[in-house]
Design a protein around this ligand. Sequence first.
Ligand code: SAM
Length: 198
Amino acid sequence: MSNRFEARYQNGELPWDIKRPDFNLIETIENFQIKPGKAIDIGCGTGDNVFWLFQNGFDAAGMDYSKTAISRAKQKAATININPEFYVSDILQMEIPGGSYDFVFDRGCFHTFDEDRERSTFAKRVHEALNEDGNWLSLIGSVDDGRLMMGPPKRTAQQIVTAVEPYFEILMFKQSRFESDDEVPSKIWVCLMRKRAK
Ligand SMILES: C[S@@+](CC[C@H](N)C(=O)[O-])C[C@H]1O[C@@H](n2cnc3c(N)ncnc32)[C@H](O)[C@@H]1O
């Protein structure tokens, strides 16, 4: 499968790959008392957030459409003696693999899609993969960062709400910053959602 991220994983252009979990994930799980269950990280990259979920009681998996990212995630998991499931899969092309989930996470995957219809497909697929009352936590680059020509893709609150609201009740929508080694980390939206009954 060829894609623009595959080339970046092969060339090592990975500013997002900070080799530790994002504090926004940890804080949200704790603050909302999200119970460990079956979880998947969409666009998991080399897996650090999957590892945190797995080590904190979740039956955690990761998926990414970059073969290189998933191969690195598997190698890293082996070095710390854990065995989460990993899938090479494209969220726009097929349903989320591995059955149904209680918790879906993505850090910087949903925000990569420029088109409304792609973001809507993403939200629909997450909705389909979640169990009743399941939650999706998404960390999304924000236009309020201001630095529009650099850093991660940036979305308006309206773009996000348009894609997710038909499928999800929004439980929290707040401004934060990515976990990062940058002096001034990029501003993000932290969006926690609960699957709507359909
Ligand atoms: C900005 S990176 C973030 C990676 C990881 N979540 C992290 O925080 O280190 C976005 C990730 O989404 C993955 N991705 C982009 N489009 C995808 C798609 N259509 N299906 C699955 N994964 C995708 C990329 O390969 C990349 O690993």
